[in-house]
Design a protein around this ligand. Structure first.
Ligand code: GDP
Ligand code: MN
Length: 357
């Protein structure tokens, strides 16, 4: 209908529109957990994702929400998506405080965290969100038919054309988890997470991968060896920033991760503390997978406020593939854990080091 607004008919355009490239071949979906009130930011993310990548592949979009999506949200997002769209409501018990949780303790701990000015300290919905992203999104019935997902958040930016299918890339290279940025978590939000993780591994040494990423999580740790059955040392708080993830849903659905999530959920730290899905996903990927199955997408330019990263190599810019400021670059920032990742995994070094002025 919009074409006729401008005096153009379908016949006028017949033969003039570009032929679609090969559509996406993987069982994959773009996934966005989002509130109705975030519609504009959602559209911004969708527009950029479509322009930089998805208009060629037309992968479906799955939107998830703890409240029903409004007709307005559905109309605008479906209008912008190149692939099919689906809208899921989250089950109440996956977005509420489980019965084994001591609510008084939750209140008390929340107040204490608020007094320390920790971000989202006083927000209960933030805690539900983190728990949902940790333990439930990959079990949503709308995602049952998919093996892969790309997590997209409202209000993010993608700066570079992606000229290949990252799902196929991960699949062909036997990789499971892809990220772009890495940083330190706020200590007080996960004070007991590492100890619980240690206990879990002690109970389940069989889940600890040979060539895991312990030397990424623990400063001065030597590379892990085949036959290691325990994790030791002090967690340095490094994690993969989970607002961007391209990963294999089957990893989260695995016995190892299911047991890990259930164990953590019993401890109550999503509510007594403010455990984020980022450190939980990261510790699971870093401990249950060999390093070689974790991939840093150094060729993707990305912004989630307040941080951006931009490929630093000449070719990404002279080719016109990327539009971002090479100076606004988080990879080798003092708060970034990527230099540590390069050291232990030796990946994407060249595209990450900021060019000197
Ligand atoms: P931050 O990135 O840690 O600052 O947290 P965000 O506010 O960006 O939340 C992370 C993701 O969860 C985003 O995709 C949000 O849209 C989504 N989200 C956060 N809180 C809620 C909520 O209460 N309901 C819904 N449906 N989505 C939420
Ligand atoms: Mn966010």
């Amino acid at each position: 209908a919009f074409l006729s607004t401008y005096g153009l008919t379908k016949q006028d355009l017949a033969g003039l529109l570009p032929a679609p490239r090969q559509l996406g071949q993987e069982k994959a979906s773009l996934v966005m957990l989002v509130r109705n009130s975030e519609l504009n930011d959602a559209l911004k993310s969708i527009r950029m994702m479509e322009d930089r990548f998805n208009h060629h592949y037309r992968y479906p979009w799955t939107f998830l929400n703890d409240e029903p999506f409004t007709p307005e949200f559905i109309n605008y997002t479906t209008g912008m998506a190149s692939g099919k769209t689906q809208y899921g409501l989250i089950e109440k018990d996956q977005w509420s405080i489980p019965t084994h949780i001591d609510q008084e303790k939750v209140q008390k701990n929340m107040e204490e965290m608020v007094s320390k000015n920790v971000i989202y300290a006083g927000s209960m919905s933030y805690r539900h969100m983190c728990r949902y992203n940790s333990g439930f999104f990959y079990r949503h019935p709308l995602l049952a038919e998919y093996d892969w997902y790309w997590r997209v958040e409202p209000g993010v930016e993608y700066f570079c054309d992606l000229q290949y299918d990252p799902f196929t890339f991960l699949k062909d290279h036997n990789k499971v988890y892809g990220f772009v940025m890495s940083m330190y978590e706020y200590d007080v939000t996960i004070s007991s997470l590492w100890d619980h993780t240690k206990d879990f591994i002690r109970d389940h040494p069989e889940y600890l991968a040979a060539d895991n990423s312990l030397d990424f999580f623990v400063d001065g740790h030597s590379p892990s060896r085949e036959g290691d059955t325990e994790i030791d040392g002090k967690y340095n708080l490094c994690h993969f920033w989970s607002n961007f993830e391209i990963a294999d849903l089957r990893f989260w659905r695995s016995k190892a991760y299911t047991d890990y999530f259930e164990y953590l959920d019993k401890q109550g730290g999503f509510f007594y503390e403010r455990w984020g899905d980022a450190p939980i996903h990261s510790l699971a990927a870093g401990l249950f997978l060999p390093k070689s199955q974790i991939h840093h997408f150094g060729d993707i330019g990305y912004r989630h406020p307040p941080y951006s990263r931009c490929p630093q190599d000449e070719e990404s810019h002279t080719s016109g593939r990327c539009y971002c400021s090479r100076k606004e670059h988080f990879d080798d920032d003092g708060y970034s854990c990527l230099p540590r990742w390069w050291k232990v995994a030796g990946q994407s070094f060249g595209s990450g080091i900021k060019k000197q002025d």
